[in-house]
Design a protein around this ligand. Structure first.
Ligand SMILES: Nc1ncnc2c1ncn2[C@@H]1O[C@H](COP(=O)(O)OP(=O)(O)OP(=O)(O)O)[C@@H](O)[C@H]1O
Length: 215
């Protein structure tokens, strides 16, 4: 038997119709699963979901959680422009103009970031294609770079320092090009908030456990 629900809310979770951009026509059980995942994330709850093997858990989990994340980011974006009631002495049209300008700036910033990321991805894809096609020169250069390092030296770990752990790890996670772009967008290592704060919106996705064993 398949079950997907939050204790006490099992029926309610499946009632709302959302477009999860599922790559196939989702089965009913998948609709229920995705809605449950969405509701769990939205409510910051813990969800335990069960479904027989091969019923599309992985796909439903991905579609459900990414749909929630997309909605959450969109709402956060809109919320950033919602300044509540106009308590200042400025006329309404001035406020509206300012909001419109702010929205344009945010959109332009996002587009710019997407464009640069697309270029980086295209470059990496071209490099991969070149490599897979057997470009000997490319392979030789890569091999040489590895050979340049002392064999054992490449496996030596850096000294552990708990104070710098977060910034080191997080900077090291990205390529130089991505870091440069993030810095430009005000999202670089120098602008990083404490991990706990920044992760708060993303971490909601992790607040449940999915049981994937066969039942
Ligand atoms: N609605 C659907 N229509 C057709 N194919 C689907 C549908 N949903 C999932 N699939 C396909 O069924 C297969 C199994 O999906 P998935 O891996 O998500 O299932 P699962 O429940 O996570 O499997 P397992 O229990 O083995 O981990 C995949 O190849 C997936 O692409």
């Amino acid at each position: 038997m398949a079950e997907a629900g939050v204790a006490g809310e099992k029926d309610g979770a499946a009632e709302i119709s959302r477009d999860f951009h599922h790559p196939y026509t989702p089965y009913d059980i998948q609709e229920t699963f995705m809605n449950t995942v969405y509701e769990v994330l939205e409510g910051g709850k813990v969800g335990i979901l069960e479904s027989p093997t091969g019923t599309g858990k992985s796909l439903s989990l991905i579609c459900g959680s990414l749909t929630w994340l997309r909605d959450y980011k969109r709402n956060t974006f809109e919320g950033g422009l919602n300044w509540g009631q106009n308590d200042s002495n400025e006329p309404e049209w001035v406020i509206e103009q300012t909001k419109a300008r702010k929205r344009r700036e945010m959109l332009r910033g996002r587009e710019e970031m997407e464009t640069r990321l697309a270029k980086i991805r295209a470059k990496e894809k071209a490099q991969k294609t070149k490599y897979l096609k057997g470009d000997q020169e490319f392979k030789r250069r890569k091999t040489e770079r590895v050979d340049d390092q002392d064999d054992e030296e490449q496996f030596v770990l850096d000294d552990y320092d708990s104070d710098t752990e977060v910034s080191q790890n997080r900077s090291g996670f990205y390529s130089a090009a991505t870091l440069e772009l993030m810095e430009k967008m005000g999202m670089g290592p120098s602008a990083l908030k404490p991990l706990e704060e920044e992760a708060e919106d993303e971490i909601k996705m992790m607040r449940y456990k999915l049981r994937t064993s066969n039942i």
